[in-house]
Design a protein around this ligand. Structure first.
Ligand code: BES
Ligand code: ZN
Ligand code: MN
Length: 501
């Protein structure tokens, strides 16, 4: 029994999990059957979608909307059955103002949720802004996502692919949808399935055949040779050896200097010898969400053939309390020669990122470095799960990240990074220490530590996604659980990037 079970798990590990993303199709006219979704901002819009609806059905919908006193507010919906040839007519309110990209994604997500298990779903987009189909289809796909690889076959909710009528190419954002799903799956997978080597395998599988991509993987021997004592120290307590996974994408015609995106990839964070308490420790399987976000965004950009140069560096290790594990008080040396006193082995994310940033600086000439990490509990205390924390010494870079957050709904809030935050983490025994003790600005100290490994002249920012990587309740486009936070944000940021400094 047991060997078979293990073989099954091994099989699962080798297969990039979860449902391939639903395809979307485009149609000139709505099918006169199945579920038809009608997004409306006012009663008069019914005439605009009229070409897609037979006249008798249109009059029936108008009467139903009036009788229900439908308010046309964003997210309001009305499900009508028994009209014309349709199984269901689903009216979704759009609100009075012109819908943004985020609104259109939300609309698609609501359509996915409301249509449930309906067999065929078409949405009329002729009355929406030009190009709306891509965002609506993206939202529909994200709203359709659920992670059920380990559930009995009857549990998964399978949703019909969406047909979009008008509004341009619904597949324009398909690469982005796939990339968010890739990141969600990695975050949702348990740590017995996703560990540094299997994270690498899944990444290779996802990028197979994608043009312009080069993947480089540093194993323990390679990292020893480069003197990466910080990431190596984190991996020492686990049976799963650490890896530095580098995914380069060169888009045609892009300027030479890449944007480099290091991501924290702790596939499980037990705290190490500074062991965490048991409550909620299972959540620490998501401590690689930063790595999933950076690799996912490069997947979206590369598959979408964006004209950009970008590099994801996933700093992968498992933080476990073995006899070989680091102790509090140990001193290690990072790749750039700086020594680090380990005050807490539970402040491990900044250790793996120290070497990832040093590698980024040495190997590339980055136009900017943006690291992404589930770094501190403290960031959630400050911002809850509405915003991820943004830290930077470069205002022009911070502004671009804030703008990308607003454009995608993956919002950021800037938190302080004071010169004294670096002073606070000076060590009596080494160049720097990885944490302080007592009641301290922990998220800023984490940022100050990481920033110490970027050159002062390099535009650098740090995103602390500890409180946004997992959602406690579903929204139209995000399921309960793994959010895939940062993929859409970084995709937007890199596409819109204007050189700073
Ligand atoms: N992975 C945790 C941070 C975290 C906490 C992520 C809660 C998601 C939810 C990180 O490695 C950690 O343990 N941080 C410590 C830092 C401290 C030891 C300086 C923390 O936040 O307590
Ligand atoms: Zn951690
Ligand atoms: Mn930790």
């Amino acid at each position: 029994m047991r060997p078979l079970f293990l073989a099954m798990l091994a099989g699962l590990a080798a297969t990039p999990a979860a449902a391939a993303v639903l395809p979307a199709t485009v149609a000139a006219l709505a099918p006169a059957s199945g579920t038809l979704v009608l997004p409306l901002s006012k009663a008069g819009d019914l005439a605009a979608v009229g070409a897609s609806l037979d006249p008798a059905a249109r009059d029936a919908v108008a009467r139903a909307l009036a009788a229900a006193a439908f308010d046309y507010k964003a997210r309001s919906s009305l499900s009508l059955r028994g009209i014309g040839p349709y199984d269901r007519l689903l009216v979704i309110g759009l609100g009075a103002t012109a819908p943004t990209a985020v609104d259109l994604r939300t609309l698609g997500g609501i359509a996915a949720r409301e249509a449930g298990k309906d067999k065929a779903v078409a949405l009329v987009a002729t009355q929406l802004p030009a190009g709306a189909a891509a965002d609506v289809a993206l939202g529909y796909r994200l709203g359709s996502y659920s992670f059920d690889v380990y559930k009995k076959p009857e549990r998964p909710v399978t949703r019909a692919p969406l047909t979009v009528v008008g509004g341009g190419d619904p597949d324009a954002a398909a690469a982005l949808a796939d990339a968010v799903v890739f990141a969600r799956d990695l975050v949702a997978e348990p740590a017995n399935i996703v560990y540094p080597e299997s994270f690498v395998d899944r990444t290779r599988a996802a990028f197979a055949g994608v043009a312009g991509v080069r993947i480089e993987v540093l194993d323990v021997a390679a990292m020893e040779k480069l003197g990466m004592g910080a990431i190596l120290s984190v991996g020492k307590g686990s049976v799963h050896p650490p890896r530095l996974l580098v995914v380069e994408y060169k888009g045609a015609g892009a300027p030479a200097r890449p944007i480099v995106l290091p991501g924290k990839g702790i596939t499980f964070d037990s705290g190490g010898i500074s062991l965490k308490g048991g409550n909620g420790m299972w959540r620490m399987k998501n401590d690689m969400a930063g790595a999933a976000a950076v690799v996912g965004s490069v997947l979206a950009l590369a598959r979408g053939r964006a004209p950009v140069n970008v590099v994801a560096i996933a700093a992968l290790a498992e933080n476990m309390p073995d006899g070989g594990a680091s102790r509090p008080g140990d001193v290690v040396r990072a790749m750039n020669g700086k020594t680090i006193e380990i005050i807490s082995t539970d402040a491990e994310g900044r250790l793996v990122l120290a070497d990832a940033l040093a590698y980024a600086e040495k190997r590339y000439d980055p136009a900017a470095i943006v690291d992404v990490a589930t770094l501190t509990g403290a960031v959630g205390g400050a911002l809850g799960n509405e915003y991820a924390g943004l830290f930077s010494r470069h205002d022009a870079l911070a502004e671009q990240l804030l703008a990308a957050g607003r454009a995608t709904g993956e919002e950021l809030w800037r938190l302080p990074l004071h010169a004294n935050h670096l002073e606070d983490i000076k060590s009596d025994y080494a160049d720097i220490r990885n944490s302080t003790e007592g009641n301290q600005p922990g998220a800023s100290h984490g940022a100050a530590f990481i920033g110490h490994f970027a050159d002062a002249a390099t535009p650098w920012a740090h995103l602390d996604i500890a409180a946004t990587a997992l959602s406690s309740e579903a929204t139209p486009t995000v399921p309960k659980g793994a959010v895939g936070y940062g993929v859409q944000l970084l995709d937007r940021f890199v596409r819109d990037f204007k050189a700073v400094n």
